[in-house]
Write a protein of this length. Sequence first.
Length: 224
Amino acid sequence: MMTSKFRNRAEAGKLLAKQLTNYANFNNLLVLGLPRGGVPVAFEIAKQLNAPLDICLVRKIGVPNHEELAMGAIASGGVRVLNYDVLNSLSIDCQIIDEVTAKELRELQRRDRAYRGERALPEVKNHTVILVDDGIATGSTMRAAIAILQPQQPQHLIVAVPVAPPSTCQQLETEVDKIVCLVMPESLYAIGAWYDDFSQTTDAEVRELLARQSDISRNAGMGV
């Protein structure tokens, strides 16, 4: 297991891909990145495994004035996952939760238009799906993503992340078929602390990476 930092998200993706080589060239393989930061990681995995790349749109619900701390997450289709440990410890009432949810829902819808446009949602049923982010802290965002994917009946659902606490990995192991994580520090502090370069991924970068892998998939006859 690694103990040093990742140079950037691309390096993290390449290192994760090495742990996922058993899935290379799988029929019905799909790699899904969580925008925005998970997409550069997912791109490297999709490229190495010769797999189509798409996004799984979720949005963290941050604590007011402490937005990095997740009190939950939302996803397409009305899915909302709440982190009751955070809500109870900070005594956050329902009105605040609903207000922040409404604001983040608007951003979720904007990103859907910005990244997907007129493209259809990816086919998940009977596919092996590798769900990727640039790291996991509380797990709320990843659980929201899992909540929208599981009802679509993937054949296998794998979570792949560069860094996450061991307790979160253990929780997620009960919800998916497999979790692949390179670094599991007891004290995570912040995901960005495990990267030399953790600059924000832009909307333009997300669109570019999706387009690049779409071109690669089309030229290889994989379909998207």
